[in-house]
Design a protein around this ligand. Structure first.
Ligand code: SAM
Length: 218
């Protein structure tokens, strides 16, 4: 596959504007905004749609899936409070954009996707762009126990409940961010593991994600 990736003044300018849109919408973490300002989101789009890449919208990426809205990516990332060197598990690699944002923040990223086509695309495109998460193909609704524990877990698809198996894969002090609800709308939930068997749950804003499909999901 031959890639033709160009990142010129037009795309860089559009990216700066996107950062300002996110700031106005309430994203306050400068490190997250800086990461959004660095990752070339248009690389995840067919060239025909590059003019859509820096709008604050979700966009179809094929196989019935979407690249999440930049605001949603920034919102979830902010909730994770990423520190350099954090081991982060992402469930739902999709386009790979969220993985790039986490890598820009200095995380070591483990990312799992259940759809083979998407997995095969990201294992080629991300390293080409210089981003190197650990890629996995499979059902992430059970987490990824073989590499646990993680400082942070982010689920980028809508779950019917918080899977227990994921909670057990957090370090003490670790944070899980997961949208939970029905197929039409989900509440963003953060769970902090405050002790071996203690979990503090906070319910936040409403979003609409594609469903988390799997053994511990829909
Ligand atoms: N993080 C992505 C990005 O940056 O483009 C957006 C992800 S998209 C909204 C949700 C993804 O979750 C889809 O690619 C879908 O195939 C995947 N997914 C759904 N259920 C899954 C599961 N059980 N394990 C792994 N991936 C899953």
């Amino acid at each position: 596959m031959a890639y033709k990736f160009v990142d010129n003044y037009r795309e860089r300018g559009a990216r700066k504007q996107l950062v300002e849109v996110l700031r106005k919408r309430g994203i306050a973490d400068e490190a997250v905004l800086k990461a959004v300002g660095k990752v070339p989101r248009h690389f995840f789009f067919d060239e025909t749609f590059w003019n859509q890449a820096y709008r604050d919208i979700a966009f179809p990426i094929g196989d019935g899936q979407t690249i999440s809205q930049p605001y949603t990516v920034a919102y979830q990332t902010e909730l994770l409070h990423i520190k350099k060197g954090d081991r982060v598990l992402e469930i739902g690699t999709g386009s790979g954009y969220q993985s790039c944002i986490l890598l820009e923040l200095g995380a070591e990223v483990y990312t799992i996707e259940r759809q083979r086509n998407l997995y095969e695309r990201t294992i080629k495109v991300l390293p080409y762009m210089g981003y190197k998460p650990h890629f996995f193909l499979g059902d992430g609704s059970k987490g990824l126990p073989q590499y646990a524990p993680y400082h942070k877990i982010i689920v980028t698809a809508g779950a019917p409940f918080v899977p227990d198996l994921m909670l057990k894969q957090l370090t003490i002090g670790g944070i899980l961010v997961i949208p939970v609800g029905d197929e039409k709308s989900q509440k963003m939930i953060t769970v902090i593991r405050s002790g071996e068997n203690d979990f503090d749950k906070i319910e936040l804003d409403t979003f609409r994600f594609v469903p988390l499909v799997g053994d511990q999901a829909w």
